[in-house]
Design a protein around this ligand. Sequence first.
Ligand code: PMP
Length: 357
Amino acid sequence: MAQTPHPRSNVSAIPTYVPGKPPTPRPGLTTFKLSSNENPYPPLPGVVEAATRAAGAMNRYPDMGNAELYAALAESLGVPVDDLAAATGSVALIYQLVGAFCDPGDEVVHAWRSFEAYPIAITAAAATSVKVPVLPDGRHDLDAMAAAVTDRTRIVLVCTPNNPTGPAVTQSELDAFLAKVPSHVLVVVDEAYVEFVRMVDAVDGLATYRSHDNVVLTRTFSKAYGLAGFRVGYAVAPAPIAAALRAVSLPFGVSSVAQAAAVASLAATDELFERVDALVTERDRVVAGVRAAGWEIPDAQGNFVWFELGGRTADFAAAADELGIVVRPFAGEGARVSIGEPEGNDRVIELARSFRP
Ligand code: PMP
């Protein structure tokens, strides 16, 4: 019998990523996609112009060194260029971190439920995903996560705010956690939604990275900056870690248009953050409306809210669909609903009123 090529055994164990679906078209009804935590605002004209200009040179490879982007990020964050690593979305950085720091069988500790790409990236690297259940209110159980660290642990992923449950980690919780975790373990603080956080005692990622040699921040242009379609994320890390991330990165992983759009977006931060403020106001309005309808939902610090639904998840998603909104169901657990246009958010409140807790 001829032998056929076969992938490593871990490959068949990689969980499937379920992307948020588009809404079902409903004649006479505007529909809203609230399934992927996207920014509902269209791009700023200046950002479109910068991307269009860059597209004019599409026959050339992008700057592999991301020089302009690093310079703009270094300036806006107040960090050295050597501490930055950009990638094809911050999800790529999770892959790169696991690829650069884990041997097969090494362990990566993370909360669960949390960002669904974590076990995918970890399993793809033949490392082991160690899932620590979130607390009943959707917060990370950092005591249990510290207790889950073993001799094989190379990375702990802390997602704040946590996708999909919503709460953010406090600085004192993170400090207590960091004091317990050995310094050779990398602590990755996934700040994909950091710009939406309004909790006063939330983690200050930049201050924490500055005071620890084992702390890495991952951030993205997909959410607050509204560039999800262009795929740009970045890590802020102590220089040797950032260098390792750049070393394992896909060559030319951030396209010219993506680099140009990200640089233009950083220049327009004030205007973009006014939109973020409006989304935060909408988020708080949705949380209040949903709670007033009798739901106990977790604190929401990102651009989404979480409904714990157990066996009623599919029914909830179907009821949403009837109202012209598409949510992101997690079978048997609950549904995450992104904050979108005010009319879509009104429908979320309407859904909370009609679908009883
Ligand atoms: N981290 C978290 C917690 C996320 O929710 C997401 C996107 N859903 C990402 C990282 C990845 O974002 P991107 O790859 O678009 O930068």
